[in-house]
Design a protein around this ligand. Structure first.
Ligand SMILES: NC(=O)c1ccc[n+]([C@@H]2O[C@H](COP(=O)([O-])OP(=O)(O)OC[C@H]3O[C@@H](n4cnc5c(N)ncnc54)[C@H](O)[C@@H]3O)[C@@H](O)[C@H]2O)c1
Length: 253
């Protein structure tokens, strides 16, 4: 049985995971952490993570960037692995994640869905053919009107996949309104749209002369992320320290 602490248990993702875990036979939520107490959960909920003294195998996090430092400090001091799903981390926080991973297992993914992680694999191959053939690369993401970070962590991760394959020779362009000039050849445009209750759409567009190739992924419900996080938690239980990714979970299947 994998015992889980749900960090951000009363948020949208926390609620979806709580509901899904009720159907799990080999995983259960033993405690929750949330600053908001508008929901009564069947497990104990702590508003301050440091007050949580419940024994657990892994933490699933879908909370806020404001909570990242306290989360990492709790995870490293109690040696409880963490599936870190909150997006929009600062450079300093990304560095803190790497440092924490030297002491405890940390799995971090901007997008927990199986589909996006497979798309990343496909892009690694496609970019070599298309970039060298002169195709321009643009990423468009669409999310609901409650999302506060832009562009999405997934859009940045997709750009990073492309750029890493191109040995980091490309720059990112988020805003073309400031200067009147043509796009640079070696840039990746990243665009964010916000509206309604769109769960998450990502489109990677390769535009060449007289042809355009588009790779796209659409999430229709938050369950795709929740299921991925639950699989990741089972995978991370008892893993030694280190930085893990969703790709490791897929490979282990
Ligand atoms: N990696 C992925 O696949 C993925 C998928 C969906 C959402 N996310 C990210 O997960 C995060 C949460 O998403 P959501 O839609 O559930 O948001 P949400 O705002 O509905 O929920 C966040 C919850 O965290 C709680 N919280 C805020 N500060 C806290 C603190 N200091 N300590 C404890 N709890 C705190 C809030 O009270 C809230 O209940 C966001 O960063 C979002 O972008 C990631």
């Amino acid at each position: 049985m994998t015992k889980v602490i749900m960090h951000g248990c009363n948020g949208k993702m926390g609620q979806v995971i709580t509901a899904l875990c009720k159907e799990e036979n080999d995983l259960e939520i033993v405690a929750g952490i949330d600053v908001s107490n508008h929901i009564v959960q069947e497990y104990p909920v702590f508003s301050n993570i440091e007050d949580c003294d419940v024994e657990a195998d892994v933490i699933i996090d879908f909370a806020s960037v404001k909570a990242v430092e306290a989360l990492l400090s709790y995870s490293t001091s109690r040696k409880i692995p963490v599936v870190l799903c909150t997006t929009g981390l600062s450079q300093q926080q990304e560095e803190a994640v790497k440092q924490a991973a030297e002491r405890v297992a940390v799995l971090k993914s901007a997008n927990m869905s199986l589909g996006i992680n497979l798309l990343m694999d496909v892009l690694k191959k496609a970019v070599h053919v298309l970039a060298s053939a002169g195709f321009d690369m643009e990423i468009i993401e669409k999310h609901h009107n409650q999302k506060i970070d832009a562009p999405s962590g997934t859009a940045l991760a997709l750009a990073e996949v492309l750029n890493e394959e191109l040995e980091h020779t490309y720059t990112y362009q988020f805003d073309r309104t400031k200067e009147r000039k043509k796009r640079e050849k070696q840039e990746i445009g990243i665009h964010a749209l916000r509206g309604g209750n769109i769960v998450g759409e990502h489109e990677v567009l390769f535009a060449g002369t007289d042809e355009v190739i588009t790779f796209s992924h659409t999430a229709y419900s938050k369950q795709v992320f929740a299921k991925g996080a639950i699989e990741a938690a089972k995978f991370l239980k008892d893993k030694p320290q280190g930085l893990y990714h969703m790709g490791d979970v897929i490979e282990a299947k």
